[in-house]
Design a protein. Structure first.
Length: 67
């Protein structure tokens, strides 16, 4: 699994917005840059965990069908 990801962050009026380039759907907005970076980390971790859980289910379904 990749250990480094690219966070794109920008200031937009009173908000900081950002996303992770390599993982579609991981995007956040917060009032401060520090909050944004923390929220992006948490959201990325959750997205990767959900992705792995779904992959395990698919692999398990294929394995049980072929037995």
């Amino acid at each position: 699994m990749k250990e480094r990801y690219t966070a794109v962050i920008k200031r937009s009026s009173h908000w900081w917005i950002g996303w992770i380039e390599e993982v579609p759907g991981v995007n956040c907005q917060e009032r401060t840059k520090e909050e944004l970076l923390e929220t992006l980390k948490l959201t990325l971790r959750e997205a990767l965990t959900i992705g792995m859980d779904e992959l395990k289910k698919k692999i398990g379904a294929r394995t049980s069908r072929s037995s």
